[in-house]
Write a protein that binds this ligand. Sequence first.
Ligand code: FES
Length: 106
Amino acid sequence: MGTRRICVGALEDLPLRRGRLVRDGMDEIAVWQADGRVYAISAVCAHQHTATLHEGTRHGTMVTCPLHGWIYSLETGCAVAGSGVLKTYPVKVERGVVYVEIDDEE
Ligand code: FES
């Protein structure tokens, strides 16, 4: 088991009001900048299992799914409106470049 890094791009190019969708194999990950930090969370809403959370709206560290309004914490992946917990991923910023770290599972 190891950790891989997915390059998201330059921090300065990350939009502030929208997320960015990053794909890694079957994983679809929403990367958001919020309150001076960068977060990565599964983009797949627990409601209808669609990759929509990069297109949601953000208030602080909460992102609202654009389809039916379920709300998730970017910090924990936990739904605060709706139900379920989305996977979150560690993020590193090095020399102005954003990386998402993904654990390879057996
Ligand atoms: S698909 Fe996200 S709230 Fe329905």
